[in-house]
Design a protein around this ligand. Structure first.
Ligand SMILES: Cc1cc2nc3c(=O)[nH]c(=O)nc-3n(C[C@H](O)[C@H](O)[C@H](O)COP(=O)(O)O)c2cc1C
Length: 212
């Protein structure tokens, strides 16, 4: 194995000034996201989602951002999954986007709401058929007897919905993270990275620079 102590990267791709950051974190997020897409990064909308039990045991996993508007960040999942159960009991989350090739990280923290059934229906309807059947076939986060179980479920569902018209399972839908903190990190040489943090004070976004 390579020596972990010797693995280090000098960051020099760019900088983040207060002028670049502006006053609206959503505008900056959109700009950085578009740049991640243009740069051809794989899964630019993938982020790590951290949730926790009410007594504070954390868990984290990757999910895909599927919506962004003035309210917040939307992703879709199984409401009965581990994350779904944790969010039901403790509707707060943290998110991390890591756009490594651009030497950038964005952190988001906030409260979480379930999106409307209409919003979940709308997104479910545009998913590929295999994914729509998969939402029924997979009891996400449950222990299953083996891979054959999943494949059998999928095959049975294919015959149940031969025309490809698959209703959205009631246990599948979206969550929206309503941010109260968004932090932008840009790697800089000598570990003097730029960190600009926005916190919402209930009325407006307050901007601060943090030490790296
Ligand atoms: C790149 C990537 C994207 C993913 N996107 C999603 C997603 O949008 N929704 C989802 O439920 N799981 C997604 N997953 C799977 C989750 O990481 C996780 O395995 C699953 O949601 C179960 O998590 P839980 O048991 O903590 O609820 C993705 C995994 C990867 C690696």
């Amino acid at each position: 194995m390579a020596s972990l102590a010797d693995l280090r990267q000098e960051y020099s791709a760019g900088g983040l000034s207060e002028d670049d950051a502006d006053r609206d974190p959503f505008a900056l997020f959109r700009r950085w996201f578009d740049q991640a897409v243009v740069a051809g990064l794989p899964d630019p909308n993938a982020f790590t989602l951290a949730t926790s039990t009410p007594d504070g045991s954390p868990s984290a996993r990757a999910v895909l951002l599927k919506g962004l508007d003035a309210r917040g960040f939307t992703f879709f999942t199984n409401y009965d999954s581990r994350k779904g159960r944790e969010l039901e009991a403790n509707p707060r989350a943290a998110m991390v986007f890591l756009w490594q090739a651009l030497e950038r990280q964005v952190r988001v923290e906030g409260t979480v709401e379930v999106v409307t059934a209409a919003e979940s229906d709308e997104y479910f309807a545009v998913r590929p058929l295999g994914s729509r059947l998969g939402a029924w076939a997979s009891p996400q986060s449950a222990v299953i007897p083996g891979r054959a179980y999943l494949e059998q479920q999928h095959a049975e569902l294919t015959t149940r919905y031969p025309g490809g018209v698959v209703p959205r399972p009631p246990h599948w839908g979206g969550y929206r993270v309503l941010p109260r903190l968004i932090e932008f990190w840009q790697g800089r040489p000598s570990r003097l990275h730029d960190r600009i943090r926005f916190t919402h004070d209930g009325e407006t976004w307050v901007r601060d620079r943090l030490a790296p």
